[in-house]
Design a protein around this ligand. Structure first.
Ligand code: ADP
Length: 251
């Protein structure tokens, strides 16, 4: 589905050059749910930006469905992004002047061919995220958690095959956190590929694979279940039957 080949990213400033990503090679198969963990500043968001076609690598390639993302011109890359990739940004990217419903519908306007707004899908996504009572509210009427739910619904609007999520649960309470993680498990069961960046080792245990980043290098923690039993990951493994199948059937 998506792979990075020898991806590097450096920044040059007044104090010299810093290397944020050093020859990162990862391969994510279709339908995988992969967590990328690591301390703050390890390069996780940078990696996600490069994989999502938002941040140009200094060298290396990113292949999405066999096509080199960074060999495409800007317009073609934007088209691929709109059609295939849903991005949940670290700071829930909700547009203040739009309502919840309008925010969720917005990604349709980025599709290469104009489409009739799919109100039914947008409404379903809003319901699925449990914010239907706020569907016509503006962002200043929403809590941080509700804004994050809007951002996730919006990222899913174009039915992306790849969801890239940067700290999707941010500073949310643990109940909302596990609801969102169970929702990701539902998505994964339907075939959506997910790459989630988090500094939270416990959340990473919801994923099928865990990659750990440190100073721009990446290693796979293997096997994942063993890692999740260690003291760093002190939460129990999630039970997939917790996932809400009633909500699932409406999606
Ligand atoms: P993480 O997501 O793991 O917290 P980031 O990918 O956000 O880490 O950042 C990795 C490092 O890259 C940090 O040290 C950060 O300061 C640096 N960095 C990110 N963007 C830039 C930039 N535009 N210019 C210079 N340094 C940057």
């Amino acid at each position: 589905m998506i792979s990075t080949i020898n991806v590097t990213k450096s920044y040059t400033g007044q104090n010299g050059t810093i290397t944020v990503l050093g020859r990162v090679n990862i391969k994510v198969a279709r339908g995988d749910f992969v967590a990328v963990i690591g301390r703050s500043g390890a390069g996780k968001s940078t990696l996600l930006g490069v994989m999502g076609g938002l941040l140009k690598p200094s060298s290396g390639e990113v292949f999405l469905d066999g096509k080199s993302l960074w060999q495409l011109d800007q317009r073609a890359r934007a088209r691929v992004r709109a059609q295939k990739i849903g991005f949940v940004f670290q700071n829930a990217s909700v547009i203040r002047s739009l309502t919840v419903l309008e925010n969720v519908l917005l990604p349709q306007t980025f599709l290469p061919k104009p489409v009739t707004p799919d109100l039914s899908r947008a409404t379903n996504l809003v319901e699925l995220m449990g914010i239907e009572s706020k569907i016509h509210a503006y962002s200043d009427q929403l809590s941080g958690g509700e804004q994050r739910r809007v951002a996730i619904a919006s990222a899913l609007m174009n039915n992306p095959s790849l969801l890239l999520a940067d700290e999707p649960t941010g500073d949310l309470d643990t109940e909302t956190e596990s609801e969102i993680m169970n929702f990701f498990l539902d998505l994964r069961r339907r075939g959506t590929t997910i790459v989630m960046v988090t500094h939270n080792y416990q959340l990473a245990c919801y994923a099928d694979r865990i990659l750990e980043m440190d100073s721009g290098s990446i290693v796979e923690l293997s096997p994942r279940t063993e890692a999740c039993k260690s003291s760093d990951f002190s939460s129990p493994l999630p039970n997939e039957s917790q996932a809400n199948t009633e909500k699932e059937s409406r999606f």
